[in-house]
Ligand binder design. Sequence first.
Ligand SMILES: [Fe+2]
Ligand SMILES: [Fe+2]
Length: 172
Amino acid sequence: MKFNKKVEDVLNKQINAEFWSSFLYLSMSSWFETKGLKGFANWMRVQYLEETTHAIKLTDYIIARGGQVKLAALDKVPLEWKSITDSFEETYKHECKVTEMISNCYEVAFAERDHATANMLQWFINEQTEEEQNVINIIDQLKLIGENGQAIYLLDKELATRVFVDATKTAV
Ligand SMILES: [Fe+2]
Ligand SMILES: [Fe+2]
């Protein structure tokens, strides 16, 4: 079946959003580095890598379907945040927006009767649930410890253990 134009468009927009996300998290990671919070920086660096793989996963899919990958310029990302909690609250808000976008991609694919794409997007739907949950867990911990120096030091140690898993190597 010929690749549907509306589906191609919405997936190209999603690639842009995934790359924007990766820039956002690399920016946050760099901000944490300047604060000496290496563990938080690592967590965000992993997040950055994951987002690039989301973009690549969609790129590979468009190519596999015989569509055209259309990369576009990225909007500027923020460079600093008011507090650690603020950066994670921004992360949560952003991930909710991405979840909405993925749902929209799914709805377009379904309306165009492109069930292969709808099926591929299931991976992203599950991924979003996981991402939102991970961020909520960190926000909950930050609320508990209230950005107290010693507790932040311990949380930083914990976040330093996050390891990147390449999503392009897992089954769709
Ligand atoms: Fe993503
Ligand atoms: Fe994400």
